[in-house]
Design a protein. Structure first.
Length: 317
């Protein structure tokens, strides 16, 4: 089992630390390439070494600035194809436009599908991402997609005696299946927050389903951006939970409003993965813990490169 096509790891500018960690684990030097942001806001990319007939993995999460990072990835895929790479795998730890996966009303774009179409038009051979908002996004592709999850990495943080009396909480009905996987992994009970939409931007927790009396709530989600998931915690306390709330969320988009909401004394800790590169104010925040998916990603890349099954890694999700 193996490949006669050399393994090459490249990275765009979106998350160089994660790419470097993956390369170290695989004992493979990062490929040489250059991204230049021109004065007119165009992006120029160049590959600075030969990649002909090589197995290329380009690591580029498309977090903010989303469109710049996405365009950079697309340009690299085109450059690798024109340089005669054997196969190109787009490693997108954070998949952009993932929450626009359907038409909520008429005359809207299905933006997650548009991203898939662009990738396939450039003849990407394979796609890897973590915890996309809607699992059905995989069906937008006609090429192999490996939907990895940071669940095992984040859940490991809570496998300590202090969380034996905890409960996994889904912030809404849509995350219930994801929360159930956390509960099963940690051997903890599951609770669900039911919400009613008051307006386009406001929701209210109507009730909590599940026994959370005297338990430590661990709220899970795939993405935290503005931090709405950090609000409305009073409903948990009113239902009998301890006033010390923890969060396990894969993608830390973390807008300024989310960091402000972390000041709530009921919030004890926010655990996120490193799918998105974080600024110093996040890395040094006393309530934020970042866990790395580099080892899991390196395993996935090695399995794909050598032709081994990746099922065991996906089943961890």
């Amino acid at each position: 089992m193996g490949s006669h096509h050399p393994l090459r790891i490249f990275t765009g500018t979106a998350n160089c630390p994660l790419a470097a960690a993956v390369a170290r684990i695989l004992d493979t030097p990062l490929g040489k390439c250059t991204t230049t942001h021109l004065k007119d806001t165009e992006i120029h990319v160049s590959i600075d070494e030969v990649v002909r007939d090589q197995d290329v993995f380009i690591i580029q999460p498309c977090s903010a600035p989303v469109n710049d990072n996405l365009m950079e990835l697309l340009l690299y895929i085109d450059a690798f194809r024109r340089a005669s790479a054997h196969e190109i795998t787009a490693v997108m730890p954070y998949y952009p436009y993932g929450r626009q996966e359907r038409m909520a009303k008429g005359r809207e774009a299905i933006s997650a599908k548009v991203v898939a179409t662009m990738l396939e038009t450039l003849h990407v051979g394979r796609v890897i991402y973590f915890d996309v908002h809607a699992p059905a996004t995989q069906g937008f592709f006609n090429v192999p997609v490996d939907p990895l999850s940071a669940l095992a990495v984040l859940a490991a943080h809570f496998q300590t005696p202090e969380f034996q009396n905890a409960v996994i909480v889904s912030p809404d009905v849509g995350r219930a299946k994801f929360a159930d996987k956390y509960a099963e992994t940690l051997g903890l009970p599951l609770a669900l927050m039911h919400k009613r939409r008051q307006s386009f931007s406001q929701t209210e927790v109507s009730h909590v389903v599940g026994d959370i009396k005297g338990k430590i709530p661990i709220i899970i989600d795939d993405v935290i951006a503005g931090g709405s998931v950090l609000t409305q915690l009073d409903a948990l306390v009113d239902a009998g939970a301890k006033p010390e709330v923890y969060f396990a969320i894969t993608h830390g988009v973390l807008l300024p409003s989310a960091l402000e909401r972390l000041e709530n004394p009921m919030i004890k800790q926010l655990v996120i993965s490193d799918t998105i590169m974080q600024p110093p104010e996040v890395l040094n925040h006393p309530k934020i813990v970042v866990r790395s998916v580099a080892d899991l990603l390196a395993q996935a890349i090695w399995c794909i490169h050598t032709g081994a099954s990746i099922s065991a890694l996906i089943e961890k999700a």
